[in-house]
Write a protein that binds this ligand. Structure first.
Ligand code: SF4
Length: 410
């Protein structure tokens, strides 16, 4: 029998967590969907798409890289069923008045009746309900292939589909679709479908991300029109439910089509930060992997974005070009980053390269005789780049963060 004295239900305006003295923590949105779980040293992230990623450290080797894997359909069903049984017990204990409840902030959910309704919603999510939700997700979205790590809980709108370039040798995120820009009517319908799909849980999403790969490639006038439509549908100012800003990916090649004034106009529409896949400062390596644009263009685009008062997330691929490009990649990337007018509102992501079997990159690497870096060499490359960064003061030091794309799930 469970020791109910260890049970806590923690209620915030946008989420509810059920905890058992550090043994487990399950967190749910306002529609009652699970979005994170921690149990016995393992963390599980459930995306809206229904994918569940598990992360853990092997016992006895806390220094080793985190283990990450996607649960199979069967494992997922078992995991969700066990979770449901566990929650049912907690809800029974709660109804007998044996669970401590902590309420943080305003926004409802704290009163006995409201809390009971929220718990009812959570209990309605059995493994079958989750499976149906997964199907609904695919009727609203094309798979969300990737987002920056600080946008995993964004409200994503696919105003474009795919990548206009779609040829970088290391990237297969959008190989399953042709690039296209949605019409205004399609965007309106998409927004309505997203809102319906998310229901009450929309409050968990605090920012809005324009997907897919390079939505900002839209001609400025068309982009502004889409932003108008988005502003008709969502609030970005005042009130608890207001979203805190709009975010999107960009590449150097498309960014060169926008002026400082264009970027400044986006800022007036609550665009806050753009994420630029710079990958490397070494042009020869960029050409080798068929990345459009050059290091100079990346610098120019970052300078324009910063001059417009937006913040930037710069993504560098660690291990790109393997052993053959190691030194040139490190040297030219450091030189490029040190020239960028970054400040502490910006983020620098160092993202280890994962090569997909059968990818163009794998073939090129074989033909060129490249050896992939070992985990130790990847760490060494990260350390070299970090140590090479020079910023005049701490006010100019962007946040530097590791970006492991295997952890991504939406
Ligand atoms: S531009 Fe970006 S999304 Fe498109 S293929 Fe290259 S890395 Fe992938």
């Amino acid at each position: 029998m469970r020791d109910a004295s260890a049970l806590v239900i923690s209620v915030k305006s946008h989420s509810l967590s059920i905890m058992d003295n550090g043994r487990f923590v399950f967190s749910f949105d306002r529609a009652g969907r699970l979005y994170t779980a921690y149990r016995d040293g393992h963390t599980f992230i459930r995306g809206l798409s229904g994918i569940v990623v598990e992360k853990w450290h092997e016992e006895g080797e806390p220094w080793a890289p985190k283990r990450i894997r996607v649960l199979t359909e069967e494992e997922k069903r078992a995991f969700l069923s066990e979770l449901w049984a566990e929650i049912s017990e907690v809800v029974m204990a709660f109804r007998r008045g044996r669970v401590r409840v902590e309420v943080f902030g305003k926004g409802g959910g704290g009163s006995g009746e409201e809390l009971d309704r929220w718990l009812e919603k959570i209990l309605a999510w059995d493994a079958h309900a989750y499976a149906r939700d997964q199907e609904r997700f695919l009727s609203v979205y094309k798979p969300i292939s990737i987002l920056p790590p600080d946008q995993y809980l964004a409200l994503v709108l696919q105003v474009t589909e795919g990548c206009h370039w779609n040829k970088c040798a290391f990237c297969d995120f959008y190989r399953d679709r042709r690039f296209r820009i949605k019409t205004e009517d399609e965007v309106r319908r998409h927004i309505a479908a997203v809102k319906e799909f998310l229901g009450d849980s929309i409050t968990l999403r605090r920012s809005l991300f324009l997907a897919d790969a390079n939505a900002l490639i839209l001609p400025q006038e068309r982009l502004v029109r889409l932003l108008e439509i988005i502003h008709e549908a969502f609030s970005f100012e005042g009130g608890q439910e207001a979203l805190e800003g709009i975010y999107s990916f960009l590449d150097a090649y498309s960014g060169m089509r926008k002026t400082v004034e264009d970027f400044a106009a986006l800022r007036s529409w609550h665009v806050k930060r753009l994420y630029l896949g710079v990958e490397s400062g070494h042009d020869q390596l960029l050409r080798f992997v068929d990345k459009p644009g050059t290091a100079r263009e990346a610098l120019e685009v970052v300078s324009r974005i910063k001059a417009a008062g937006l913040s930037i997330g710069v993504i560098i691929l660690i291990g790109l070009g393997g052993d053959a490009f190691f030194e040139a990649h490190v040297r030219d990337t450091i030189a490029l980053l040190n020239e960028m007018p970054l400040d502490r509102g910006d983020i620098l992501y160092l993202s280890p390269l994962y090569v997909h079997p059968g990818s163009d990159y794998e073939e090129k690497a074989r033909a060129f005789g490249l050896r992939a870096l070992t985990p130790q060499e990847l760490k060494h490359q990260i350390r070299r780049i970090r140590e090479g960064l020079r910023f005049a003061s701490s006010a100019e030091r962007p946040r530097v963060s590791l970006y492991d794309v295997r952890e991504f799930v939406y």
